[in-house]
Design a binder for this molecule. Structure first.
Ligand code: IDC
Length: 593
């Protein structure tokens, strides 16, 4: 185990500090002669007496050496990070430390990464925060084993927690080979960092362990079960270690236990296809209709002007719910849940959100076969329930072209598999950021749609727009040359008001079909207070224009947008009190349309 610790702690940090002023404008200040940290404040809003600002970070490696790792330090200046993406955040007291995910850790010479971002809240309007970056160059870590040895002797400075966690796990687990120990030690290190600041840290920790297990793939399949168990134990140990009596953390650790089960269930859940009434789907029965209700449509949907119409030409407004991330809360994507929501809310669509990157994402260590089996279960369950279903490639906060090849291969597989399914809709990029419509998103969409069309000429496709799918106005006069495409606009009612509503009106007035494939009634972080007045005004607008909408999200996470109360562990068959305030609002909105 000592060797593991040595490896973990032998990074020679080339610490270069620079203060970056985060202002409304884009700043670009040198970290040293070679590495740049750029910060832009892309959005800000007020909610419940606090001021929120969203920052996007870009790290540019202008040196001739590859970057092996990096750490960003942000001083708190009275602020608090309420959300972050594509990085791990640790609370160091007066400052936050941001560490990379496995996929954006290395930055090759001459390249940059721009997917890291965060939302901070402040007691008063603030425009300045201090940030610094510590890059680690490749040559500094790629030393001979002897040098690692020396480094490790000097290395008592690295986080004490990390060391203790790794030792703790080694003592408690039953895994035999040193190689597996290493994986777990790495996982626990990631886990320990997570626990310091994330509300959903235990879940992330477990996923992190799982990631390591899968990515490194060091053992034959039979061994993986044992490793998985050890990984879960590791995460739990890390949880106890890091929570240190803090009530909120203990609660989240308890939730993680539920998640362990889900994780194990989904892992064993190979014959998902057999499980869910294969006849209905194999015969490709059309989506069933309920007589007399025009809002439960039949057959393939198509775009007609700015509206959606069903196979008989009836105007359709889809109204439904979205899953949370498929890797986070897979247990909510099941047929009984859909049946409950159909009965309680009257939904006619269900969205399956699959993150390619975040938290055991499809491209970042998530088990692709398990994720695809879950999608399959969702598609078939929806067909059985007479619901439309959206397969959402949940690009979040980056340019979808960064993973275009992977998207093409994913949608090729999906559209080949579901070509005969009238209920399947493809959403090819949830929320692009930093991606101009004309030069980035449109060409991306054209490539992905060409792939889908080769397998399925008729499926409805939803295309995200720039700035978290707000810029539908940019599509006006520059639509994709395809008859069955609509464009997404997302809103969170406490944050997005007139300005975004006007974009919706403008797009529709100019003939652009808009689909609200994600929305909620709280603020843009998915949390904070509910703004009922704004929510009602949005609902009125959507209904008046027959614009389809989908509520984020079906889970019991302790956040305002979760449709199920965090105290409720049921994954279907809910009663009214099991729904959160947001859940109750959407139930009324969808039911009473
Ligand atoms: C949020 C989830 C939250 C999770 C986070 C990960 O609610 O639990 O930790 O993602 O980054 C979106 C995104 C959607 C966000 C949601 C709320 O499409 O993924 O979910 N949101 O922030 N756009 C605007 C808001």
């Amino acid at each position: 185990m000592k060797r593991v610790i040595r490896i973990l702690i032998s990074y020679a940090l080339a610490l270069v500090l620079v203060i970056v002023s985060m202002n409304c404008s884009f700043v670009n200040i040198k970290a040293d002669e070679q590495v740049y940290l750029s910060v832009s404040k892309s959005n800000s809003w007020e909610s419940e007496g606090k001021y929120y600002a969203q920052f996007n970070l870009t790290i540019t490696n202008n040196s001739s050496k590859n970057l092996q790792d990096w750490t960003i330090n942000i001083s708190k200046s009275g602020g608090e990070i309420s959300q972050s993406w594509c990085c791990f955040v640790s609370d160091l007291g007066n400052s936050y430390e941001l560490k990379p995910e496995s996929y954006n850790k290395e930055i090759k010479a001459g390249e940059n990464i721009s997917n890291v971002g965060l939302i901070m809240s402040f007691p008063a309007e603030t425009s300045n925060i201090n940030a610094s970056i510590s890059p680690v160059f490749e040559t500094e870590v790629k030393e001979s084993p002897n040098i690692k040895e020396e480094d490790s002797n000097k290395e008592e400075t690295k986080s004490q927690e990390s060391v203790e966690v790794t030792e703790e796990i080694n003592a408690g687990d039953e895994v035999e080979t040193e190689e597996i120990d290493e994986n777990l030690a790495n996982a626990a290190l990631v886990a320990s960092r997570c626990f310091l600041s994330y509300a959903d840290a235990p879940v992330i920790a477990i996923r992190a362990c799982y990631d390591y297990m899968i990515v490194l793939n060091t053992e034959p399949k039979e061994e993986q079960e044992t490793i998985a168990e050890a990984a879960v134990t590791a995460a739990q140990t890390a949880s106890e270690f890091a929570t240190d009596g803090d009530v909120e953390s203990i609660n989240t650790a308890n939730n993680a236990n539920d998640d362990n089960n889900a994780y194990e269930v989904s892992k064993d859940n190979e014959p998902v296809i057999e499980d869910s009434n294969p006849e209905a789907v194999e015969d490709n029965e059309p989506v069933t209709s309920v007589a007399g209700n025009k809002n439960i449509p039949t057959g393939r949907l198509r775009v007609s002007g700015t509206k959606l119409v069903d196979a008989s030409g009836n105007v359709v407004q889809l109204r439904g719910v979205s899953s949370h991330g498929l890797s986070w809360f897979p247990e909510y994507v099941n047929e009984s849940a859909m049946a409950s929501l159909k009965a309680d809310f009257g939904i006619n669509v269900f969205r399956i959100a699959m993150y390619p990157r975040e938290y055991a994402g499809y491209l970042t260590g998530g088990d692709k076969e398990t994720l695809k089996a879950k999608i399959d279960e969702g598609v078939r369950a929806a067909a059985n329930q007479g619901l439309y279903v959206i397969i959402d490639w949940h690009v979040l906060n980056y340019n979808p072209n960064e993973i275009k090849d992977e998207a093409i291969s994913f949608f090729n597989e999906m559209s080949m598999k579901y070509a005969g399914y009238d209920n399947v809709i493809y959403e090819i990029c949830n929320e692009p950021v930093g991606a101009d419509w004309a030069s980035q998103i449109k060409p991306y969409a054209e490539s992905v749609i060409a792939t889908i069309r080769a397998n399925d000429p008729n499926a409805l496709v939803i295309v995200g727009t720039n700035t978290w799918s707000q810029d539908v106005d940019a599509v006006v006069g520059n639509e994709i040359d395809d008859a069955n495409v609509c464009y997404s606009l997302h809103f969170y009612a406490a944050t997005h008001k007139d300005n975004i509503q006007n974009k919706l009106r403008y797009a529709i007035n100019n003939g652009v079909p808009v689909f609200v494939s994600e929305c909620s009634i709280c603020d843009a972080s998915g949390n904070g207070g509910i703004d009922y007045a704004s929510a009602n005004s949005w609902l009125e607008l959507l209904n008046s224009l027959d614009v389809s909408y989908i509520a984020w999200s079906l889970c019991n996470k302790a956040e305002t947008s979760a449709l199920i109360n965090s105290s409720c562990s049921k994954t279907s068959g809910w009663s009214e009190e099991d729904y959160s305030d947001a859940g109750k609002w959407f139930m009324q909105a969808i039911k009473n349309q």
